[in-house]
Write a new protein. Structure first.
Length: 425
């Protein structure tokens, strides 16, 4: 899998592993509208929000540890040093409160982070400047940079920490620094080293997790990731009441491509098809490879009409140009959606979309078919009556005899039809 596909996969992992409910207005934003200097990609923001949520309890414990250390050092540094720590805690609390409603929460988070460094600098300046062993505390906030921000944020954060280190040491006691430069060199090296190590560890963690949830050929999420995400969407939709759309897609006559052009060309077709599909999706729409030539897209907040519109857009994109080694390929789509106001029932919605896909196949392929709303009234009642009649007839018949002229069970008919279509894709 190439570098670009792997990075897209990394971003998708952060989205599908989030445990937060995404605001509906933001779910409908195109990716480009979510950009900012600190978050070049809208999904980077979701990763940042997710990691900040995970860091909050750890940050509180870290404040407790630092507070205990300052209290223990009170006889030598003075107990007033607790005050800046309390101020820093209040600033982070305000930033956490503002995050859910902010359109660009990364700026509030970075401002809170930078303020914590400023408070450390002020405390060091008031307690002796370069002669204080607490100069190394500048590195503590740096640890969290790579977990929250992209490369730009990390570079800006490290530059901020180094700038404050130089400012506080030279402004308080320039002579001491010039006489013994190691007073600054040591803490500066610590800041840079911590940033480098934490960034490498974060990238390694994401890369290893990607191997478990990313399809290595296409860069799409796999079935394992799908299971996790559908459970989250069920919980989120129960709270928000928003529908969740499901698109099931299948490349037409893909077996013929493998047989005639070879599996290498078939793999290239799958890779190109996955790339073209992903280009058409919003930041919060996640695409999965179910296996073979079959794909699935989850659309948080999309009803069946919006899901069908996107499926048609995907169909046109696939059919517009050749894939792989000049192969003309088409794709069939089945669409369904959970009703608004109820929890997302993935097995049910998927079954409807899957049936719609095979309806598209049976109608000639290269088309989009939407699932019909389940008719619970007359049809279900009549099926129940027929089932009861068949059961009563079976009870009255002697053992070993079969009733002639009775209709075949509906489920059996559908299963045999789908099996036939699967064999003739």
């Amino acid at each position: 899998m190439g570098f670009s596909a792997r990075m897209n996969g990394f971003r998708e992992i952060w989205v599908q592993e989030r445990g937060t409910v995404v605001d509906q207005a933001r779910m409908n934003e195109p990716v480009m509208e979510c950009q900012s200097w600190l978050c070049p990609d809208g999904v980077d923001r979701e990763r940042m929000l997710d990691m900040d949520r995970r860091l909050q309890p750890v940050r509180r414990k870290a404040f407790v540890v630092l507070g205990a250390a300052l209290l223990a050092c009170g006889p030598w540094l003075g107990y007033w040093t607790i005050v800046p720590l309390v101020i820093a805690g209040g600033i982070f609390w305000m930033a956490d409160a503002r995050t859910p409603t902010a359109s660009r929460p990364e700026y509030a988070m970075f401002a809170a982070w930078a303020t914590s460094e400023v408070i450390i600098a002020a405390s060091i300046a008031l307690t002796g400047g370069p002669m204080q062993v607490t100069l190394g505390w500048f590195a503590i906030p740096v640890v969290t940079l790579s977990a929250r921000f992209s490369g730009r944020g990390i570079v800006l954060g490290v530059a901020t920490a180094l700038g404050l280190l130089l400012a506080v040491t030279f402004s308080v006691d320039t002579q001491a620094v010039m006489t013994n430069p190691s007073l600054v060199i040591g803490p500066a090296a610590l800041i840079v080293a911590v940033a480098m190590l934490s960034t490498a560890l974060m990238q390694s963690d994401v890369e290893h997790r990607s191997e478990a949830v990313i399809d290595q050929l296409t860069g799409m999420l796999n079935r394992h990731a799908l299971n996790t995400r559908t459970r989250e969407l069920a919980q989120q939709s129960a709270i928000s009441g928003q529908p969740v759309g499901v698109i099931v897609a299948d490349l037409d006559h893909f077996k013929e491509i493998n047989d005639s052009a070879g599996h290498a060309v078939g793999d290239a077709v799958l890779t190109d098809a996955a790339y073209r599909m992903r280009k058409q999706l919003r930041a919060f729409d996640l695409a999965y490879r179910l296996g073979g030539e079959e794909f699935l897209v989850l659309l948080p907040g999309a009803d069946i009409a919006k899901s069908a519109d996107l499926a048609e857009q995907l169909r046109r994109e696939i059919a517009a140009d050749t894939l792989g080694d000049g192969q003309h390929v088409t794709m069939s789509f089945g669409v369904s959606s959970s009703p608004a106001g109820s929890a997302f029932d993935y097995p049910s919605v998927f079954a409807q979309a899957d049936a719609a896909l095979y309806e598209a196949k049976s109608q000639g392929r290269n088309r989009v078919c939407s699932a019909q709303a389940p008719a619970v009234s007359t049809s279900s009642s009549r099926l129940a009556e027929q089932s009861g009649e068949l059961s009563r007839s079976a009870e009255l018949m002697p053992a070993g005899r079969v009733a002639m002229g009775q209709p075949a069970p509906v489920a059996g008919l559908r299963d045999s039809t789908l099996a036939h279509l699967r064999a003739h894709r």
